[in-house]
Design a binder for this molecule. Structure first.
Ligand code: 6R9
Length: 648
């Protein structure tokens, strides 16, 4: 990737100072950057003291065998104790941990005291089912409290969980169960999605048929639908868990004891089992949740809309918020059920103060129209977060205006399954924010942008995002494949972690993420980022969402093909394509003008909401579609292909 062409196509001049009130009482101020810069390891040792250790660590980082890191290695702790019991012991047992909102409208609130009992019973049940410290447990559940309980019960007994998105195919589940060699699977009869019960257990039956090492399947009854139970293998959660004693003594494990494996699909090859361990992971999940959301556990109501099957659900529904004693909302269903205002009704009902969601959701809300959030009282909100993809400046502004009432800071948080916790983000009480930029590495984190040869680019330059120092919540390896861990992340640039994202630095040195490097387009010798062209399209009033790919082209090498979703009020007419092409030309320059613009009704997305450009490239280049197993809805591709007269 050459620097000059990626640099500064997009000019975004809007700036937003933190609200005075928030800045005055912020958990973390700009001073933290200086403190961490002066003594990075000391800073993290201080953050580790947020946790309750059975044995306090005296070591901070062991980097004697890079890239295999150990953090706080001689410390011992129990992660579930930190997320649950210690809050009860501190007198907060009556505080609500989870306000659960089921899609059909059923609700349930669990206090920390109740959560402690539930986790203890589940831990006892897992032990009775033969799960031991060091084993792996696969979890395939809808967004119900039992998902968090199951994860914490595993953590409590020192068994690593491997959560798989509910709704992944039997094949995808089977390969993950096999790779992790899980002996127990926790699932449900089904979950509620889009207004109806959707079965989960049949996929597990099919998957487990191929996994002889699975001894038991523990099944939560959620929907009540007919469910086949295999004699001797399958057990109902209410039979196995409810009768257990609510007492369970948490054992302390070493800080480097495995906590979970989470599979990332990757674009090619077999999914990578990202391994996270205990003390460093929990330290950074808790610190970032405290710092980036300015969480005040006594008064805030926090809501992260992610699914538990995504790393965001691990770090910012389960581990970070619960370690911090937060009160949070957990919602089972989809945002349009029973109507498109469901999220905003939930915010109003629970008085949500901190909302964490993804650009894909924000663009969908933009498409549905401003009048929908306007029907609810959203004045409780004080911090808005974004994660998962680069957020287009126009979507950022819409989020701030229509959800945040024009005053609430937006924190755009960059991180990955591999990083375990947030790495680059504004601090809501300290940072003057810029729409579309994640801005600056958090205190204690070291990130920069380098060119092809690994040289740091100057301010204004573009290239690859790298992390230059180890961090507490970093992945420890790829499960069962140390060599792939080294090759994938630590070989591209000597001694530095290669994130796989393109990025640029602006004139202030702030970082702008430009999408996966696999997605960068090469047009007439110029590197052009898909993110920037998409943001230019989304800045047109008729466009809600855009996905851009480079398709092989005889004259220009690659030509830009744009798939666009129009806003609710806009419709397709004969001038639209020319209008959008000219708009991109005027915003970014003629080189970035798409050759083709195709209005579509939907875009292919993963279950965490990321656009799968690889599949759109297949369409644009008239190829057979590649692997679609991680798509939310594979019928989307048929719809898109039918729009294209030339596509096979
Ligand atoms: C947390 C999560 C990681 C990839 C990452 C990048 C993209 C995530 C982003 C962002 C720009 C942000 N990404 N957050 N890009 N700005 N704020 O999403 O983990 O599912 O492993 O994906 O997501 O491309 O490399 P994961």
């Amino acid at each position: 990737m050459s620097n000059e062409s990626l640099a500064n196509l997009l000019k975004e001049e809007r700036r937003f100072a933190p609200p005075a009130e928030l800045a005055a009482h912020a958990n973390v101020t700009a001073e933290a950057y200086e403190r961490a810069a002066a003594d990075r390891l000391g800073f993290w040792a201080e953050q580790a003291r947020r946790l309750t250790w059975a044995e306090e660590p005296t070591e901070i980082l062991d980097w004697s065998n890079p890239p295999f890191a150990k953090w706080f290695a001689d410390g011992r702790l129990n992660v579930a104790y930190n997320c649950v019991d210690r809050h009860v012991e501190a007198g907060h047992g009556d505080r609500v941990a989870i306000h659960f909102e089921g899609e059909p409208g059923d609700t349930r609130s669990l206090t920390y005291a109740e959560l402690k009992d539930e986790v203890s019973r589940a831990a006892n049940a897992l032990t009775e089912l033969g799960v031991r410290t060091g084993d792996r447990v696969a979890i395939y559940l809808p967004m119900i409290p039992e998902a968090a309980v199951a994860m914490l019960a595993c953590a409590r007994i020192g068994a690593a969980h491997s959560v798989v998105f509910g709704g992944f195919s039997a094949e995808a589940v089977a390969s993950r169960i096999q790779d992790a060699d899980a002996k127990l699977v926790i699932t449900a009869d089904g979950g509620h999605r889009r207004g109806k019960p959707s079965a989960l257990k049949p996929a597990i039956d099919e998957a487990v048929a191929r996994c002889p090492q699975v001894e038991h399947v523990l099944v939560v009854r959620r929907t009540g639908q007919d469910t086949a139970m295999a004699e001797g293998r399958d057990v109902w959660w209410h039979d196995a868990v409810d009768r257990q004693p609510a007492e369970h003594t948490p054992e302390a494990f070493g800080a480097e004891h495995p906590l979970f494996i989470l599979y990332t699909s990757g674009t090619t090859g077999k999914p990578k089992g990202i391994l996270h361990t205990s003390g460093g992971y929990l330290t950074q999940a808790a610190y970032t949740h405290h710092a980036v959301f300015d969480l005040k556990p006594e008064t805030d109501v926090y809501w992260c809309t992610a699914d538990i099957g995504w790393v965001t659900g691990h770090s910012y529904i389960v581990y970070g918020p619960l370690a911090n004693g937060a009160t949070q909302v957990m919602y089972e269903g989809t945002p349009e059920t029973p109507h498109q205002g469901r999220f905003w009704e939930i915010v109003q009902k629970y008085g949500v103060t901190i909302l964490y969601t993804a650009p894909t959701a924000i663009r969908t809300f933009m498409k549905w129209g401003d009048d929908i959030p306007a029907k609810s009282d959203l004045s409780s909100l004080r911090v808005l977060g974004s994660v998962g993809e680069p957020i287009n400046p126009e979507a950022w502004i819409w989020y701030r205006e229509h959800i945040g009432g024009g005053t609430t800071p937006v924190v755009d948080t960059w991180w990955q399954t591999e990083t375990g916790a947030m790495m680059i983000s504004p601090l809501p009480g300290a940072t003057e924010t810029k729409p579309g930029s994640a801005q600056r590495a958090l205190p204690g984190i070291a990130a920069t942008v380098v060119d092809d040869d690994g040289r740091e680019v100057p301010d204004g330059g573009g290239g690859y995002l790298v992390l230059t120092e180890p961090w507490p919540s970093m992945l420890r390896t790829i499960w069962g494949d140390d060599q792939r861990f080294v090759d994938t992340y630590w070989s591209r640039f000597e001694g530095r972690y290669f994130a796989g994202d393109g990025a640029k630095k602006d004139d202030d040195g702030d970082i702008w993420l430009l999408g996966r490097v696999d997605d960068v387009m090469l047009v007439s010798g110029h590197n052009i980022s898909t993110t920037e062209v998409e943001s230019a399209l989304v800045s047109h009033p008729k466009v809600a969402e855009a996905a851009v790919v480079g398709a092989a082209d005889e004259t220009t090498g690659q030509a830009i093909v744009a798939f666009v979703i129009l806003r609710g009020t806009a419709h397709e007419d004969e001038n639209l394509v020319a209008e959008l092409r000219n708009h991109v030309g005027a915003t970014l320059g003629p080189i970035a003008k798409p050759k083709r613009v195709l209005p579509v009704a939907e875009l292919p997305k993963t279950r965490s909401g990321k656009i799968m450009r690889r599949l759109l490239r297949d369409v644009a280049e008239n190829r057979r579609l590649g692997d679609v197993t991680t798509l939310t809805d594979s019928s989307v591709m048929d719809l898109i292909q039918s729009k294209l007269p030339t596509a096979a």
